[in-house]
Design a protein around this ligand. Structure first.
Ligand code: NAD
Length: 332
């Protein structure tokens, strides 16, 4: 059977690079959008083995540019749309770029999929759209409460995706992952922030609020969720939104203890006021109910938090990987 072509936006990023690798392992050719940049950097795709890259066609472009999205998706069997600006603190500073990328960029993907008749679009949401849990665990029927410009821009993209399904029958499915971690994640997220500082020799770890709880999935499980909704029969998934997450929560403070044990390091925490978010913007609690995804596709997480953390520690302990990070600054 000839390999089918699938397209991925945000392919050079953390989750996108793992998804690209998995799609190639599934036998696909991947057309991978890498955001155009003056360094000709392909981001984390540069870390993939040459035999994987043989099946990857890099397309430099930008989701804010309708033409570049059309070039990417033409002829694809499935489009996985992951490109986004994702950092919450930077969304306080640069909200316009979040709307342009996460709302208008998503609109461009929806339009391209519609006009080119692509059979399946997987759109990426985020658990941040729920805001602090009002009921736990959080199902897809939980109210949307956007506490940051990032969350608002992602919810805007989600609403457009829903509207394109309702208005045009667009074959879109929305995956709403809860926090995801693993090798290649940037130090804007809490797990790489802790592991990266310890791997660089720090024993006093600088953090913001230690109280919020999150539901952390290992990246391979999140990637499996993307593939599950990308390949399930249309009547099971199209037009629907699916949470992915483990159903277990841990606070930032507890996480530091677990990582300290795993890395065999006595850690102290220094709270940095600059890292504490405005009180009404901080999402205090997120814990996932993924039973809809499990019922529709059979997906279930296959890695424990400890297994995922061990793989992430091994990644950050490799000096070649650590050298790609700035562990001494607050990465917004
Ligand atoms: N990491 C998490 O915990 C998590 C949780 C829920 C949802 N998500 C979602 O998953 C997706 C991937 O996130 P990630 O954690 O891999 O972040 P990431 O920052 O590593 O990946 C995002 C990618 O989008 C690309 N991008 C940004 N602006 C672009 C533009 N204008 N045109 C083309 N590409 C552009 C970036 O270059 C980057 O490679 C995002 O949609 C994010 O909202 C992430």
């Amino acid at each position: 059977m000839p390999a089918t072509t699938v397209a991925v936006t945000g392919a050079e990023g953390f989750i996108g690079s793992h998804l690209t690798e998995a799609l190639v392992a599934d036998g696909h050719r991947v057309r991978a959008m890498v955001q155009y940049n003056s360094f000709s950097s392909y981001g984390w795709l540069e870390n993939l083995p040459p035999d994987v890259l043989d099946s990857v066609e890099v397309v430099l472009g930008d989701v804010r540019d309708p033409g570049s999205v059309q070039d990417l998706v033409k002829g694809a069997e499935t489009v996985y749309h992951l490109a986004a600006l994702i950092a919450i603190p930077y969304s306080y500073r640069a909200p316009h770029s979040y709307v342009e990328t996460n709302v208008t960029g998503t609109l461009n993907v929806l339009e391209a999929v519609r006009h080119l008749g692509i059979p399946r679009l997987v759109h990426t949401s985020t658990s941040e759209t729920y805001g602090t849990a009002q009921t736990v665990p959080i199902t897809e029927d939980h109210p949307i409460n956007t506490q940051s410009p990032y969350a608002a821009s992602k919810a805007g993209g989600d609403r457009l995706a829903d509207s394109y399904h309702a208005s045009f029958g667009l074959p879109v499915v929305t995956l709403r992952p809860f926090n995801t971690f693993g090798p290649r994640q940037s130090m804007r997220a809490v797990i790489p922030t802790v592991i990266g500082q310890v791997a660089a020799g720090e024993r006093t770890i600088t953090l913001g609020d230690l109280r919020p709880t999150r539901d952390f999935s290992y990246v391979k499980d999140t990637v499996a969720a993307f593939r599950a909704v990308g390949t399930a029969s249309a009547e099971r998934v199209v037009g629907r939104t699916f949470n992915s997450g483990t159903g277990e929560e841990i606070s930032v403070g507890e996480l530091v203890t677990v990582i300290g044990k795993l890395m065999d390091a006595e850690l102290e925490i220094r709270s940095d006021a600059d890292r504490v978010r405005p009180a009404n913007s901080e999402v205090m609690r997120l814990v996932c109910d993924a039973s809809r995804l499990r019922a529709a596709t059979g997906w279930a997480p296959a890695h424990t938090l400890e297994e995922g953390l061990a793989a992430t520690v091994a990644f950050f302990r490799d000096p070649a990987n650590l050298a790609r990070y700035k562990t001494g600054i607050y990465n917004v």
